[in-house]
Write a protein that binds this ligand. Structure first.
Ligand code: SF4
Length: 267
């Protein structure tokens, strides 16, 4: 078996959701424009670090979806996302705070680790480079609103950063957030993950994998604040046996694809 951060976090969110997604093959339809655009933007960042024209790279990647029926959030459109993306790339170049000296080696790194039961854990790290001259493991995000950055040190509690720190052994980690808004902004959220946190995450992975392999998939349902996970769950239609909801949000890959773990690229 191959596991990833996404799989572990989905099991921890709701084991029933994990079963639907990874065992039964019910996959969320990939039609959210913001998500697809985020992937195109990350490819444009790759072009930037390879000294290519990143605005052209973004246009080329995003043009592939111009005539695709994507779901845009209120006020968004294909053109608007492109314009915001180009502004962010210019701002990023102007600020010039990040260096990736070896882009072919240090972008989209695949890191694997063998777990106690011989299963594999795989992570795709966005980048390893320097922010203001200091070495960090870096994760890119695109979003429409700023990430919270207070109180100080809050990002040391982010499970994805802890996971990547555990996988890579790198303590200094950063989330670089490209905020798509009228006045574009880039947040450089840096933090340090302690060895104790890395080890704790390793134990969490081992115990979660053992529950998965024991076939334990109870639902962790919740519809009221703050445990309202079901209301934002794409698999809600399956739990409610509502065919209309199933058809609108999911597609089924019978037998569950053995490439399911690749979805961590969409995080
Ligand atoms: S709707 Fe709720 S109970 Fe059902 S899979 Fe989603 S989170 Fe779990």
């Amino acid at each position: 078996m191959i596991y990833s951060y996404t799989q572990i976090s989905q099991y921890l969110r709701c084991p029933r959701l994990y079963r639907y997604r990874y065992l039964d093959g019910w996959q969320e339809k990939d039609t959210r424009a913001a998500m697809v655009f985020g992937r195109c933007f990350e490819k444009a960042l790759g072009a930037y670090f390879r000294n290519e024209d990143c605005a052209v790279a973004l246009y080329k990647e995003w043009a592939a979806y111009k005539d695709t029926a994507l779901e845009y959030s209120k006020g968004d459109s294909w053109d608007r996302l492109l314009q915001q993306g180009v502004h962010l790339l210019h701002l990023f170049a102007q600020q010039d705070r990040i260096r990736i000296p070896q882009p072919n080696q240090d972008l989209q790194l695949k890191i694997t680790r063998t777990l106690a039961n011989r299963s594999e854990f795989v992570a795709f790290v966005d980048a390893i480079g320097e922010i203001d001259g200091k070495r960090y493991l870096i994760d890119w995000k695109t979003t429409t609103s700023r990430y919270v950055d207070e109180p100080q040190g809050l990002w040391a509690l982010d499970p994805q950063l802890i996971c990547y720190s555990w996988m890579s052994g790198i303590h200094d980690v950063a989330m670089v957030v490209f905020v798509r808004k009228r006045l574009p902004e880039i947040q450089y959220l840096t933090t340090s993950i302690a060895e104790e946190q890395q080890n704790e995450y390793g134990h969490l992975v081992e115990s979660t994998v053992s529950q998965i392999e024991s076939g334990l998939f109870p639902s962790h349902s919740g519809i009221r604040f703050p445990m309202n996970g079901c209301t934002s769950c794409a698999h809600l239609g399956l739990c409610l046996k509502n065919q209309q909801l199933i058809d609108s949000a999911l597609i089924r890959r019978p037998g569950a694809s053995d490439l399911d773990w690749l979805d961590q690229l969409a995080d």
